[in-house]
Design a protein around this ligand. Sequence first.
Ligand SMILES: [Zn+2]
Ligand SMILES: [Zn+2]
Ligand SMILES: [Zn+2]
Length: 354
Amino acid sequence: MFDFPHRRFNPLTGEWILVSPHRTQRPWQGQRESSGRPDLPVYDPGCYLCPGNSRHGGRRNPAYRDIFVFDNDFPALLPDVPAREMDACGLLKADPEKGLCRVMCFSPRHDLSLPQMTPAMIQKVIAEWGRQYLELGSLPWINHIQIFENKGAMMGASNPHPHCQIWAGQSIPAEPAKELAACSRYMQTESACLLCNYLGLELQREERLVMENGSFVVVVPFWAVWPYETLLISRRHAADLAELTPDEQRDLADILKGLTVRYDNLFQTSFPYSMGWHQCPTDGRPYPQLHLHAHIYPPLLRSATVRKFMVGFEMLGEPQRDITAEAAAQQLRKLPEMHYCAASANASPAERRS
Ligand SMILES: [Zn+2]
Ligand SMILES: [Zn+2]
Ligand SMILES: [Zn+2]
């Protein structure tokens, strides 16, 4: 791969990013500050997501034992909005937007994030994602469902209790709309699915491959912007999480656990990220160009505390990175498969002290 400054094209969005690999030639021995074990209690009486606790706004959570889904008490979208539009010379344009926002707690355990959950627990989360997609998608006025997890204070998560959000709206939001348009253009010219072909190339070349199993593959995409950004792609040309077979759900649970354990091990910290799924819109139209995938965007660059900022040239010009996608993939591939907390828990007391 190029070792000089170059721009890479993102075929999913039609945008470019600047890569400056020569800047990483200065060796970085790292600052490997570890933030140690994330010491969270199993239950936190002050957490508004823990079972039995009351939330802001006065509602009380049930004593749930599995997954718990509820309507967000402070939703960004509302089901009833006035049908008022605005268009002044095409310059001042606004449309009303209806929607629903839900919160989904992965389990009653305040202390277990995805890398610490068992694959069986994660599989329940995946099955619930599919159920939510079907339930919300069956509402005639809901046309798109965005499932995402913001993990860590660095990503703006207001509560450490492992949870994700589901925003269901009337419109296809800007990012998936860009991708759908690009994949549709690709399908018209190449008579093939963009992500099926991309996956084929990555499996052949292997240099950006992080993990794979029978049903899913993780790569650092060629056009990654964030240092350790990954793309999780189904091997099969699937459209949504609801259509996954139990075997595929199990494979997805395994790979989600494996990937998030590697992330935690990278800087020995509870690794922050924004992760989300791109699935078929639910407006009833056909989207043959859509191929189920998740984007994982972690902000960290060199240690548990040194993050990448998208400022300056990136705000005004275009995104830029130093470490190449190939180098990031290689680093992630080489990490141990056992979570660093479990590894240190299994170590002898003397080893743990050192
Ligand atoms: Zn909690
Ligand atoms: Zn495909
Ligand atoms: Zn996408």
